[in-house]
Design a protein around this ligand. Sequence first.
Ligand code: NDP
Ligand code: BG6
Length: 517
Amino acid sequence: TIVESVIEKVDCIYERLRDQVIRMGTSTGSESHIFFVFGASGDLAKKKIYPTLWWLYRDGFIPEGTHFIGYARSQITTEKIFENAAKYMKVKDNERDLYEKFVKLNSYVAGSYDKDEDFKHLTNEANQISNQESAHRLFYLALPPSVYGSVSELISKHCRPKSPGWMRLIVEKPFGKDLESSNKLSEHLNKFYTEEEIYRIDHYLGKEMVQNIIVLRFSNQILSRVWNRDSIAAVNIIFKEDIGTQGRGGYFDEFGIIRDVIQNHLMQILSIVAMEKPRSTKGEDIRDEKVKVLRCIAPIKPEDVVIGQYTGDKNSKDPERQQGYLDDKGVPKDSTTPTFAQVVIFINNERWAGVPFILRAGKALNEKKAEIRIQFRSTPGGMFDDDNHGSDPNGKLARDELVIRVQPNEAIYLKLNTKRPGEMGFSIEETELDLTYGNRYKGVKLPDAYERLILDVFMGSKINFVRSDELEQAWRIVDPILEEIDKKKIPVIPYTFGSNGLNEAFDAARKHGYIFR
Ligand code: NDP
Ligand code: BG6
């Protein structure tokens, strides 16, 4: 069947990838790798990094001879790290032996983030563990940004492998708080690392449907012909979460939803949706086009921004939903940090002039969802004006819309008008050409975003990582409104935990020509 043949093809691709990974070590003259997890005692390490390393190991993607070393200040043990991460590991009964083997490849070293001797000690430990001073070294900084500076400097000074081993530094967002601090961080990293060595992670670039945008756009003539202002009325990029800040309020309050989600995840999606066709699939060609399109965007104007902050739903039976943002322990009682924001962006180039890109993100809403909605212009002509248009509230033909659902339930569907089946005359109904992955590709496992990205770092592929000039452009676009928000010049509208969003945002999207149905 088609599904079986798809699974066979995917298995075959995995097989080739595994071969590549396994060959990787020997082809560069070094035989082993060491993967360091900085901040091994923390939340990201427990929820994402250790589970991802296990899944990659389980699936045969980690090169032979790799060791994993956790590092943080806490006096803990490897056992404790794995105990904390246990519920995220998803180990099946028949994988127990393999899992034990993986755990044995792990060690933990405790030390500070700012003392030379601790980093010298770490490198000595690493040399002993891998028994090879030239083992390739990958460093994952799962740490608060306040310590990136000292940690990156001390790693470069004391923990580089001997030749021919290479080193790669994986840096988590946020990359700074604004254009200035981001540039400072970049300058600092540039002092100690080549751009080649730095992997700025944005995990949305590891998601299946985000990666798929490139294929969808540039391998289908039917789409590339209409992907412009002549046919497209508006683009909506939406991020919704049905959870609040859940104890991360301390971090969140300093950043807010624009820095946390829009400046990075949504702006990355925008640049892939809007860029010109890259010359090739090479990382640099793609990243060049992403930067080019970002350069065509003027900074967002305050009048194109709507922000909000969630309050508890006192009528909810769920204790979490009863808590408003200000009830989070880490959040000051008078905080005006936005947990919801909508910004409207215009790209001043020949393809997109005048088309609004509406980026909307919110926490504590009614559902978890991320999607891209490309809404096409209304169908001209009055031919069907007298007919029954089904559910369309405007009494007009519904607009065609291409929806790429990033999560959950990955899907691509195209909303179209069709003749209502079985009825006489031209009764029109809106329907979908539906490619829901769960139905079409049953049994095909879509790897988690972190799995793909960590594998990319092992392989040295930078397509899905953020280059410093992309970062600079993204900050430039949001910087002025962040300043306005920080100075409390934009009103923060309250919304109830579990609501769909802010009506003010939907009205603003309508004003820019987006039609809700
Ligand atoms: P944590 O707050 O859990 O910090 C990680 C570790 O850093 C802690 O275990 C602690 O280790 C150390 N640490 C914490 N605060 C400080 C401090 N003020 N000074 C020095 N060391 C400190 O962070 P997360 O794991 O949540 O996040 C790590 C990075 O990943 C951040 O940049 C975050 O923005 C990013 N990120 C996190 C996500 C998540 O879901 N958690 C999602 C996406 C990105 P010790 O005390 O043992 O040294
Ligand atoms: C992170 C943000 O980058 O992305 C979080 O810091 C957010 O606030 C998370 O919850 C969402 O990621 P995902 O993959 O669950 O959509």
